[in-house]
Design a protein around this ligand. Structure first.
Ligand SMILES: [Zn+2]
Length: 330
């Protein structure tokens, strides 16, 4: 039987089939007075088009609404914790862009809480936005597992999951802070998501175009891997390079080069020094090192006078991963 890939991805969008709805104005925990945008149903809409219909606040009673149990103060504490973890990673790496992104997060992340409407995922804003770089930050803790729409962020040990997501349509970032993932890896992935929020809000690119989407992911992953190299040092780089060479030799021998890529399990066992707290953390670390390995393989072994061909090759690796994960349909 084909081994199931266990993948924890971080994305510029949550799986596009998931429907977001948000308050468009400022609301407090106990007073919902904003309009709510849902509800995508058609295949076209599942590709990420803006939702068309609007549920008015006074129609809330007609819908099955579920919210998290945390108070606004508890939710705010999670936001602060997330920022501290990201800043710690950024400072430890010494990477200038990482430090700038941690600063960007501090200045622009606005608190929101998770909420589901008829089983569809959304968020309710708890703070005011003040400029166009602001984005909604929806920190989750284990208590939010009870909200069905957020199950993807709390998968069982044998399921794929989302380590975080940023949705450009709703300008919202969902971020689980669970004990199963260590603060360092949470910090790394939050840097990844924050990079999306920064680029989406400052560049306004067409993220719905799959090629652009994959290129932006590639850019963000290359940033993430540069930070990883700085954090984990030379032994890590040597491990990644050796794995890349091994996979290259195997693919070449099997005549599969450029046609098929091995899954995340190909980099197991994890390099010495990586002590995962849980199976989920194994999946998180594995996914990161695996993609880093494949990109290193392409950089080391694919040769072309046209540099965009090399980048295309890496973007296609991400494209096939997203097809597999149903991020967008072919
Ligand atoms: Zn991403």
């Amino acid at each position: 039987m084909k081994q199931k890939w266990l993948i924890f991805i971080v994305l510029a969008v949550a799986v596009m089939g998931i429907v977001y709805w948000i308050s468009t104005g400022f609301s407090t925990r106990n007073t919902v007075r904003a309009q709510v945008k849902p509800v995508q149903t058609s295949q076209e809409e599942n590709r990420g088009r803006l939702p068309s219909n609007v549920v008015k606040a006074n129609e809330f009673s007609n819908h099955n609404i579920k919210t998290g149990k945390l108070s606004e103060a508890q939710r705010k504490k999670l936001l602060t914790q997330a920022h501290e973890e990201m800043l710690t990673v950024a400072k430890k790496s010494g990477d200038k862009e990482a430090i700038q992104l941690a600063e960007f997060f501090k200045n622009n992340a606005k608190l929101a809480e998770p909420i589901s409407c008829d089983g569809k995922l959304g968020h309710r804003v708890l703070e005011k936005v003040s400029n166009e770089l602001n984005f909604w930050f929806v920190p989750l803790d284990a208590s939010d597992q009870k909200i069905e729409a957020f199950h993807n962020f709390f998968p069982k040990d044998n399921e794929d999951g989302l380590a975080g997501s940023y949705n450009p349509d709703q300008n919202g970032m969902v971020y689980p802070i669970t004990q199963e993932i260590s603060p360092m890896w949470r910090g790394i992935y939050l840097l990844h998501e924050t990079s999306h929020a920064y680029h989406c809000n400052s560049e306004k690119y067409n993220w719905r175009d799959p090629k652009t989407f994959c290129y932006k992911e590639l850019e963000t992953y290359e940033f993430q891997f540069r930070v990883a190299s700085k954090l984990f040092g030379k032994d890590y780089d040597v491990f990644v390079k050796n794995q890349a060479d091994k996979i290259f030799a195997k693919l070449k021998k099997e005549n599969k080069l450029g046609k098929a890529w091995p899954g995340p399990e190909s980099i197991l066992p994890l390099p010495i020094g990586f002590k995962a707290k849980s199976l989920k953390e194994v999946a998180v670390i594995e996914t990161s090192i695996w993609l880093h390995t494949l990109f290193t393989l392409v950089d080391s072994h694919f040769h072309s006078s046209d540099e965009t061909e090399i980048e295309d090759q890496k973007a296609r690796i991400l494209y096939s991963l997203y097809i597999k994960s149903n991020v967008f349909k072919e």
